[in-house]
Design a protein around this ligand. Structure first.
Ligand code: GLY
Length: 344
């Protein structure tokens, strides 16, 4: 097992990579524990959950709203939860967002931790301390910055994931490699087959290296005033592509990273060879590198999602594989660039 730390303004979060769900009770100080989880986790792992009160939510991004939050608040009220209660979210990004938000706001804050059951949440969503829910179609409009006390990344839980979810999680690993770790990128090029097959050693290495990138950025800029924006590589377009086409998050982010790489090449910052390597790795991971999308609709979705009007936005470019930076780009230029690239 490997341990990493995130130093948040309100406390330290410990990430345990290779720890097991069955050992959860070691981390909760035997306090009154309430688990928040989803149907999938409960179906697969009910025998591994400690005996405590369990709140189950439905699956999918549409559950990530204030109605679900309110239902959980009412359950906690019925249970007579006070500040001695410890909340554990077991699941993917939807569960960790909701758990973190509920625990950070109920009684102005209860202690909480996560067991991440998807690759996406082990390498990304479970780590970093941003917890939020959607409002009126705006993603994560309402939320908090608050670090979980622990995040358990149990790689055994990945075995029950659909193949598509593994690919989508790997897209976030590629993101971390592109923005901060050229060696991880080369490792993925060499070991992508084992990664797709969920080889335990390969998974522990890539989850660890991903979390090193994410946690070190969050340690320097928890509240996203600068460097943390690099973690949005591929996401500015990815979210808009996801909204416009309905394809899964990881696939949309993969395509968003490819467009961002090509824009970096067009501006003279990234070599053609590096763009080709990024495209080839995405292909090896069975992530789409060709999409039929209307660039104008993507731009429209993107500007709507920005929650405010502006002529330009912060965009993450690459100087090379493993080196990201943020630069303003006029929305018009971005739109023209996407259309040009999509037509290739
Ligand atoms: N919880 C996800 C993040 O902080 O980025």
């Amino acid at each position: 097992m490997k341990t990493l730390k995130v130093h948040g303004s309100k406390g330290i979060s410990r990430i345990f990579i290779g720890e097991r769900l069955q050992n959860l009770q070691k981390y909760t100080d035997s306090r009154q524990v309430v688990i928040i989880t989803d149907r999938n986790v409960r179906n697969h792992y009910s025998k591994d959950l400690p005996s405590c009160y369990i709140i189950e939510i439905g699956t999918g991004e549409t559950m990530k709203n204030l109605d679900t939050v309110q239902r959980i608040y009412l359950d906690l009220l019925r249970l007579g939860a006070d500040r001695s209660f410890f909340i554990v979210g077991i699941g993917g990004g939807v569960v960790s967002d909701i758990t973190g938000f509920v625990a950070s706001t109920y009684l102005r804050g209860l202690r909480f931790g996560f067991v991440s059951s998807t690759l996406l949440s082990q390498v990304d969503a479970g780590v970093g301390g941003k917890n939020g829910v959607n409002l009126r179609g705006y993603k994560n409009l309402v939320g908090t910055f608050n670090q979980p006390e622990f995040v358990i990344c149990d790689t055994d839980l990945l075995k029950t994931l659909p193949e598509k979810e593994v690919r989508c999680g790997l897209a976030e690993v590629v993101k971390h490699a592109c923005i901060g770790d050229a060696c991880l990128f080369s490792y993925l090029e060499a070991h992508y087959k084992k990664a797709l097959a969920l080889d335990r050693d390969v998974m522990e290495k890539i989850i660890h290296d991903s979390v090193v990138i994410k946690s070190s950025i969050v340690n320097r800029d928890e509240r996203e005033s600068g460097e943390r924006m690099k973690l949005n590589f591929g996401h500015t377009l990815g979210h808009a592509i996801e909204k416009t086409t309905g394809i899964p998050h990881g696939e949309a982010v993969g395509f968003g990273m490819l467009v961002a790489s090509r824009l970096s090449f067009k501006r003279g910052w990234l070599s053609k060879h590096e763009v080709t390597r990024i495209e080839a790795l995405l292909k090896k991971l069975n992530l789409p590198t060709r999409l039929k999308v209307d660039g104008n609709l993507v731009i429209e979705a993107m500007t709507k999602d920005k929650k405010r009007r502006s002529e330009s936005l912060n965009f993450v470019f690459l100087h090379g594989i493993g080196e990201a930076f943020v630069e303003q780009i006029p929305i018009k230029e971005l739109g023209a660039g996407i259309n040009e690239i999509i037509r290739l």
